[in-house]
Design a binder for this molecule. Structure first.
Ligand SMILES: [Zn+2]
Ligand SMILES: [Zn+2]
Length: 225
């Protein structure tokens, strides 16, 4: 039998990991083991639990779990899933992400897309990821209709934190209040954190006590790139 080739290094996969997408030599490139802040998920130089920024002004969620930074090869897999609909790449990534979660929320909520964007893409990655994660975590319920998205969030890169939050505040609202106290918001990539911040605030407003964020990757701060 001819061995499959690893999508990352291109060499034959000698010891399959339960899939034929990448080899065990390359897997650490996807699950980056650098120390990260438990709150914001950004890389840290030391292995403290939280970074100095989160100690001073913690985000409204408790824990952010991710596989690593948005960089090759993770970034390439996410682009392949989104742009070329290679959704089969998602299951092993979701399984790896589930292994990083320490105390799983019993309820997952997903981040909506604008209707026409979802029609154009054919799927909502946050929903697909939540569905995959629920296979590996002790999840009781996944809500896909908790939030409504009204409009697009304009490019956020060059805006200050307040402006980004204001932009996002006009983009999402709460549709139904989930009747639970520990929720995980599922997103594919957390960039500035403004969306995760606003969605967390909406949930805290209706009495949710504990919020975690599960995402495939985190975009490093410009100074960390
Ligand atoms: Zn490889
Ligand atoms: Zn932090």
């Amino acid at each position: 039998m001819i061995a499959s080739l690893c999508h990352i290094c291109g060499l034959p996969i000698e010891q399959p990991l339960g899939h034929n997408l990448w080899c065990h030599h390359c897997e650490p490139l996807l699950m980056q083991s650098t120390p990260r802040c438990a709150r914001c998920g950004l890389e840290m130089l030391t292995s403290a639990v939280t970074c100095g920024h989160c100690l001073l002004s913690p985000p409204p969620w408790q824990r952010l779990y991710c596989l690593g930074d948005y960089r090759y090869p993770l970034s390439s897999f996410i682009r392949q899933i989104k742009q070329h609909k290679r959704v089969w790449l998602l299951a092993p990534l979701a399984q790896m992400l589930s292994q990083t979660v320490e105390q799983s929320a019993r309820t997952l909520v997903t981040v909506p897309m604008l209707h026409h964007r979802e029609l154009w893409r054919g799927f909502n990655l946050s929903e697909l990821l939540a569905h995959q994660l629920s296979q590996y975590l002790p999840v009781e319920r996944t809500y896909t209709k908790v939030f409504r998205k009204h409009r697009n969030t304009p490019t956020q890169k060059n805006l200050c934190r307040e402006a980004r939050l204001n932009n996002v505040r006009r983009a999402f609202s709460l549709r139904t209040a989930p009747d639970i106290n520990h929720v995980a918001i599922i997103d594919d990539v957390v960039t500035t954190g403004a969306t995760a911040c606003h969605l967390s605030e909406l949930l805290l407003d209706v009495g949710v006590e504990k919020i975690d964020i599960y995402c495939l990757c985190r975009t490093p701060k410009p100074s960390q790139k």
